[in-house]
Design a protein around this ligand. Structure first.
Ligand code: FAD
Ligand code: FES
Length: 366
């Protein structure tokens, strides 16, 4: 019996050793040499093989949206690879529909450039750019949320639609050896196109948020690229229900600026969910929007308003507060931002109250 286990152990160790050698060879020894990436049958890029397509394109200033920074966990970085990509990897399949697989859609962070490739990307991505900025203001919003203002250098402008996101470039710092990219929804006024504001929540031990909270200072240079994403107000006149807690608030601040700028009279109710009173923020700015945007209402909802602290607003889960206000949501549109769990729970409540699935718009912060 012992012999059997020893044999299994030896075979497993040899397998693991070989896998490690292959990974190291792939990283340090194999040289794929110069490769050609043809974009939309027009543009030809001469690149060095060996890196993920996402990174290769980014080095050529072609920015494919990515929400997880290339870790293969968001499924956002899709593009059509007509030839040269090799077989689809198991890391890609959970994110690709049958139709996408048939159409040669791939995750650019998972496709390594090993030979010549021919790819197709939407024309609008050619408008995505990298911007050099200076961080000019850092504001505490709560114990774990801050608002950062980045002024674009050289008098340049960034045109974005309220609801879109940018990618912040987090440089290497003590404790993080690589440059990483993370997605953040723009929280500023689209009319204020010389700057970008972001509302960022600290994730314990998170690479980018640790840099934002513990290293980034006012006056520092910061790179970001964008804008990305199709989360935005629809063009209908249907009444809107926004649900977001924490940093999920960011795109709604931008959307409310847009509603004020365009004198929108569309009905909008924003349910902001916090765990406790210390999670609430931007009450003053929300009150200003309530005065300036005629049919906007802000409804903070506190899950655990500890007894005796004078909280007289909505209490319990944010979804319960929505249910109390709306017996029927069939004529409404839902807008959700934040963690996948919160979005799935709220979408279930919306559809349960009669809202069609295609009237629910969301950005999952994952
Ligand atoms: C479209 C989009 C828009 C976004 N907008 C915002 C925004 O406006 N404000 C904002 O603060 N964030 C936003 N995010 C999330 C953001 O991109 C990062 O994922 C987040 O800041 C964590 O990055 P990090 O490098 O600090 O953590 P990482 O180093 O990436 O993660 C460290 C660990 O924490 C876990 N983790 C990652 N994110 C979270 C989280 N949010 N909560 C709990 N655990 C987590 C990871 O699984 C990992 O185990 C958005 C994400 C997307 C996709
Ligand atoms: S960048 Fe997230 S899956 Fe590719």
């Amino acid at each position: 019996m012992i012999d059997f286990f020893v044999t299994i152990l030896i075979i497993s160790s040899i397998g693991a050793g070989l896998a490690l050698v292959l990974v190291l060879c792939e990283k340090y020894v194999v040289n794929y040499g110069p490769c050609k990436v043809t974009v939309n049958d027009e543009k030809e890029l001469d690149v060095e093989g060996g890196n993920p397509l996402l990174t290769v394109l980014r080095d050529e200033k072609i920015f494919i949206p990515s929400a997880c920074g290339g870790r293969g966990t968001c499924g956002v970085c899709k593009c059509t690879v007509k030839t040269g990509a090799g077989p689809v990897l198991p890391t890609e399949t959970p994110f690709l529909t049958k139709q996408e697989l048939a159409d040669n859609v791939r995750l650019t962070c998972q496709v390594k450039v090993r030979n010549d490739l021919s790819i197709e990307i939407p024309e609008e991505l050619f408008n995505v750019r990298e911007y050099e900025t200076t961080c000019t203001k850092i504001e505490e919003l709560t114990y774990d949320m801050r608002r950062f203002r980045f002024e674009i250098k050289g008098g340049e402008m960034i045109k974005f639609v309220a609801g879109q996101f940018v990618q912040l470039v987090c440089p290497p710092y003590k404790g993080s050896s690589e440059e990483v990219f993370r997605a953040y929804s723009v929280a500023s006024d689209p009319a204020d196109d010389g700057c970008i504001e972001l509302i960022i929540r600290r994730v314990p031990n998170g690479i980018c948020t640790t840099w934002c909270f513990d290293h980034l200072k006012e006056g520092d240079d910061v790179r970001l690229n964008g804008p990305y994403g199709d989360f935005r107000m629809s063009e209908s006149e249907a009444p809107m229900v926004f649900v977001a807690g924490g940093s999920g608030m960011a795109p709604f601040v931008s959307i409310l600026h847009h509603m004020r700028n365009t004198n929108s009279t569309r009905e909008a109710k924003y349910f902001f969910g916090g765990n406790s009173i210390k999670d609430l923020c931007l009450a003053e700015q929300m009150a200003e929007f309530e005065s300036a945007v005629p049919n906007f209402t802000f409804i903070p909802v506190v899950a655990n308003p500890d007894a005796g602290n004078g909280w007289s607003g909505e209490a319990g889960l944010v979804t319960e507060a929505v249910q109390r206000q709306y017996p029927d949501m069939s004529g409404h549109e839902g807008y959700l931002c934040g963690s996948p769990g919160m979005i799935d729970a709220a979408a279930k409540v919306f559809t349960g109250l009669g809202m069609p699935e295609d009237k629910i718009y969301y950005d999952k912060f994952a």
